[in-house]
Design a protein. Structure first.
Length: 94
C-alpha cells in the first residue's frame, strides 16, 4: 500500500507539520517546489483579503431568478438588504 496516500487522505486534519505536508504534496503531485511555494504565497495573500468574523460582508449584486430558476434581469444588491436577515446558499442544484 502507498503510504503517501494514507497520509494524504486525512491531510488537512492530520498532525503533520507544514514541511511534512509539503514533502508529501510534492511527492504525489506534478507540481514543482517553485510552483508550490508560489501557490502558498498566493493563498496567504488571498487569506489576508478575506473578511474577518464579525465584519460586514463585501458589497455584491446578484441577478434574481424566477420560480422556475430562470434569469429575470432584475438585480439585488446586498447593501439594499441591510437590517434584514439574508441567507446565502452556495452550491450546485443541477
Amino acid at each position: 500500500m502507498d503510504t503517501s496516500y494514507e497520509q494524504f487522505k486525512d491531510f488537512s486534519s492530520s498532525q503533520l507539520s507544514f514541511s511534512e505536508k509539503k514533502k508529501i504534496w510534492l511527492k504525489i503531485s506534478d507540481m514543482s517546489e517553485k510552483d508550490f511555494d508560489a501557490m502558498m504565497l498566493a493563498q496567504k495573500a488571498r487569506q489576508n483579503r478575506v473578511p474577518k468574523v464579525g465584519a460586514f460582508a463585501p458589497e455584491f449584486k446578484l441577478e434574481r431568478l424566477d420560480r422556475a430558476k430562470k434569469r429575470t434581469g432584475e438585480f439585488v444588491k446586498l447593501s439594499n438588504l441591510r437590517g434584514r436577515p439574508v441567507a446565502l446558499a452556495f452550491g450546485s442544484y443541477t
